[in-house]
Design a protein around this ligand. Structure first.
Ligand code: SF4
Length: 295
């Protein structure tokens, strides 16, 4: 059962534009997420171990957004709206509620650009609106030349391995379905790419695996590929760090000491690891002629 909640505000304005995703704003139509990814950074006491169980729909989000975007548009404060940063905008319940679709209608009405972040095939339902937003959005002056597009669609994958994805992202469509959905968006003339975020240390981060991932993304038509390391937060029973270590103990016990070493100090892997990952990504994106950032 999805809880219905009413909110007073739904548009978050960032203090600073995200240099990778280019969003100045974000909107989350839901709290919690039925895709239930083990590594999701929003996990924790707020949603519990089962994020689907804690799912709620912000039923008045489109009306509230209309008020908030109207005000921003009057002041000419245009900027990319990320949809979404702490939930999946196209999770299963969206088929019934249509909240994300109504939010896109408001975004179109006020001519804001949008960056859709998803793992879902359901985004195809809204191609009509996305094409129209891409055509009509007003971009902030410094983004008019590059990317010069009103819509960015970004598909997230952590691995191409179906079995591994089924364990780690139990509610999400399979990696291949996401790639095919991206291909379709590209065929529709939309600007689209892949975020391999998070890549999983010792499981999907080898040069060989990254080569395969970036080559595959390119073959499916990605305009860009982002690569980012796994982060592990929290201590409680439903925190992503706790659940991820449980997964390792069950499926890859030999990797537990390696992870403990890598995440010894911080919630992110060591600087050295991150630098190496960045270098490998740069080399491989150059090899396949795909951009490793949007700008
Ligand atoms: S799809 Fe995104 S928001 Fe949903 S559980 Fe997975 S990582 Fe979290």
């Amino acid at each position: 059962m999805v809880r219905e909640v009413r909110v007073g505000s739904v548009l978050n304005r960032h203090r600073k534009r995200d240099p990778w995703f280019l969003d100045d704003y974000s909107v989350n139509p839901y709290s919690g997420c039925s895709f239930n990814c083990l590594y999701c950074y929003t996990r924790g006491s707020k949603y519990g171990e089962d994020m689907e169980g804690g799912l709620s729909a912000k039923v008045n989000a489109p009306e509230v957004l209309e008020r908030q975007l109207a005000r921003r548009a009057r002041r000419g404060e245009y900027g990319f709206v990320a949809l979404s940063t702490s939930t999946e905008p196209y999770q299963r319940i969206e088929e019934k509620t249509g909240l994300t679709r109504r939010i896109l209608e408001v975004i179109l009405q006020y001519r804001f650009p949008v960056h859709v972040l998803t793992k879902s095939t359901l985004v195809l339902r809204d191609l009509d609106l996305l094409r129209e937003i891409d055509r009509r959005a007003i971009l902030p002056e410094d983004l008019r030349e590059k990317p010069g597009r009103g819509v960015i669609i970004n598909f997230s994958l952590s691995t191409l391995d179906r079995k591994l994805a089924r364990i780690l992202e139990p509610g999400a469509p399979e990696p291949e379905e996401r790639l095919k959905t991206m291909e379709r968006c590209k065929q529709e003339g939309l600007f689209t790419g892949i975020s391999f975020i998070p890549v999983l240390p010792f499981l999907s981060d080898s040069e060989e695996k990254l080569d395969e991932m970036i080559k595959t993304a390119k073959n499916y038509g990605a305009d860009f590929v982002f690569v980012g390391a796994l982060t592990l937060f929290g201590k409680g029973p439903s925190a992503c760090k706790t659940l991820y270590y449980k997964f390792l103990e069950t499926h890859y016990p030999e990797l537990v000491p390696e992870y403990k070493r890598l995440y010894r100090i911080f919630w992110a892997p060591s600087r050295e690891y991150q630098r190496e990952l960045e270098e490998k990504t740069k080399k491989l994106t150059q090899k396949y002629g795909v951009k490793n950032r949007i700008l």
